[in-house]
Design a protein around this ligand. Structure first.
Ligand code: ZN
Length: 325
């Protein structure tokens, strides 16, 4: 097993055909990566430019941000060649690590657009270093890579905003993170959705769990599915379905579900909420997002957490406001 920490640079279309833009909203023009062994020693580097084939005109903002030199891109090689070389370099058992989740999505979209084999046929675990860093900071927001490098006191000896440098810094942050934070690495790439109930994912931590469902053709089928709308206490309950569990803690199954004292409300296009009260552990709040996958299907991302009385009261107020509308 090796860690492949990678970063992409891409070009955005201007005035491209709607159908093309939908298939490939960002065309990759550079791949940079570092390879780390199990002990997180740097054991390899990868850096290649890609000559764009779909959006040949480089957006001026991107040209400026990347500080592209004249002729630099033109000397790049076609995506299929570079991607093939990159994936071969990754080896047979890579654990992908990125700053945020978008690079993995765009890599897979580009692979699909150029008719290359997919990275995987189903969801796979990866390391979202940005998420780990936020956990270390005790905040939920998205930090910029540069601010994290500064805060962790990592030497800035390579310029930012090029694929290789950003991959390198992401790798250095991963290495500098405390081990207990690193071990909570579970993030799932959902470009390919769980194909069946058996492949559905439950990510569990001490006082919350996140559930990713299989795909649905219609959003309404999600909010009408009792399996998804039911809430369990993260500490003592649990769905009795067989799912894929991640993390060290075993998940109690078949526990009694909570009565929804605050019924599901909110906009289907954004986040919906519901809440109950566990007699033993107090308020439990569930947040449901309906997301769209690479194949156009809908899936549920539901996070259920133990909450404070304050948070519960705030949600009660929001619910009353929403009912009054
Ligand atoms: Zn409980």
């Amino acid at each position: 097993m090796e860690f492949i920490v990678f970063d992409l640079e891409w070009n955005q279309p201007e005035g491209a055909d709607e159908e093309v833009r939908h298939a490939i909203p960002f065309e990759i023009i550079e791949i940079g990566a570092v390879k780390l062994d199990k002990e997180l020693n740097l054991i390899g580097k990868f850096s290649q430019m890609i000559r764009p084939q779909v959006y040949k005109e480089i957006n001026w903002r991107i040209r400026k941000m990347l500080n592209l030199q004249p002729g630099e891109l033109e000397r790049g090689r076609p995506f299929t060649e570079v991607a093939e070389e990159f994936l071969a370099w990754c080896g047979s058992d890579p654990v992908f690590c990125t700053w945020g989740g978008q690079d993995l999505t765009e890599l897979q979209r580009n692979l699909a657009y150029f008719d290359m084999p997919p990275l995987a046929e189903k969801p796979f675990e990866y390391v979202d270093v940005q998420k780990l860093y936020a956990r270390k900071m005790g905040e939920k927001r998205q930090f910029s890579l540069e601010s994290a490098v500064d805060e962790m006191g990592i030497e800035k000896d390579v310029a930012f905003h090029r694929a290789f440098s950003d991959a390198y810094y992401t790798g250095m942050i991963l290495r500098a993170l405390p081990e207990d934070i690193r071990r909570t690495s579970a993030a799932y790439d959902l470009y390919r959705l769980p194909g069946s109930r058996e492949e559905e994912i439950y990510l569990r931590s001490e006082d919350s769990y996140t559930f990713y469902s299989q795909g649905y053709d219609d959003r309404n089928d999600i909010i009408n599915d009792a399996r998804i709308t039911t809430i369990w206490c993260p500490r003592c309950g649990g769905p009795s379905t067989k799912g894929r569990f991640s993390g060290d803690m075993s998940f109690a199954t078949g526990g009694r579900s909570l009565k929804r004292r605050i019924k599901w409300f909110g906009h289907m296009g954004r986040t919906m909420h519901a809440a109950g009260i566990c007699p033993e552990h107090g308020p439990v709040i569930s947040a449901l997002k309906i997301r769209t996958a690479g194949n156009g299907k809908y899936f549920a991302e539901k996070t259920t957490s133990c909450a404070s009385r304050e948070e519960y009261d705030k949600l009660t107020e929001q619910k009353q406001k929403s009912d009054a509308k």
